[in-house]
Design a protein around this ligand. Structure first.
Ligand SMILES: [Zn+2]
Length: 217
């Protein structure tokens, strides 16, 4: 199991490039597309032309629950912060994330594997429980083709997206995507995000899950 976050920034620190439209979803889609080319099945909560399913997060969880996973599945979830915010209290968030992480962990024990990617504006706005389980944190940065950083959210020029790794820390970018090529190749579109109602287990239900699956978390 691997959880990777594509973020605008970690905190509210000043950055060279804007955190909104800095290439988070483009970079996530780029990595998802590469995983697709290497044989992964991709599910996303926004449209891409290589996703096998375009469904909401809860439907992804329910589908994973309903059958044995015998392949590599790459899940792409955009605007994770908004989805979790919509749940309500932080207690509900924790219960949801605990049961979700528990489930992802369970899948990794069998033949299949789920690689989970999500994007959000500020990493520190995401509930601590999910941050702890996020193995990799990537920060994309948008540049023009002549390596000048782009500060505009509405700029129509061609861009390249340098992807920096915050966790584990690395100085040099780990990847560079051509934003226009990713758009043209994958046709990704976050205009309409597939949203569904996330199921929050009660404390009692969660305790029961834990007693049934010792050692998963
Ligand atoms: Zn620009």
């Amino acid at each position: 199991m691997g959880i990777t976050a594509f973020v605008g920034c970690i905190n509210n620190e000043v950055r060279d490039t804007p955190i909104i439209r800095n290439g988070k979803t483009c970079a996530m889609t780029g990595f998802g597309y590469l995983n697709h080319l290497s044989g992964c099945e991709v599910w996303s909560n926004y449209y891409t032309n290589f996703s096998t399913r375009v469904i909401g997060l809860q439907e992804m969880i329910d589908t994973l629950k309903s059958g044995d996973v015998d392949k590599r599945i790459n899940i792409l979830v955009t605007e994770m912060g908004d989805l979790l915010d919509a749940i309500g209290s932080s207690q509900k968030e924790i219960l949801f994330i605990n049961s979700f992480v528990r489930q992802l962990g369970k899948i990794g024990r069998d033949i299949g594997e789920v690689i989970f990617y999500y994007d959000c504006q500020r990493f520190n706005d995401i509930a601590l429980r999910l941050r702890i389980h996020t193995n990799t944190v990537l920060i994309p940065a948008k540049y023009h083709m002549d390596n000048i950083p782009c500060y505009s959210t509405k700029c129509k020029k061609d861009h390249k997206i340098f992807v920096y790794s915050y966790k584990p820390p690395q100085d040099d970018p780990i990847k560079c995507f051509n934003a226009r090529k990713i758009g043209e190749t994958t046709k990704y579109d976050t205009y309409e995000i597939a949203k569904d109602v996330l199921y929050i287990p009660s404390k009692k239900e969660f305790a029961k899950m834990l007693s049934e699956d010792k050692g998963v978390l």
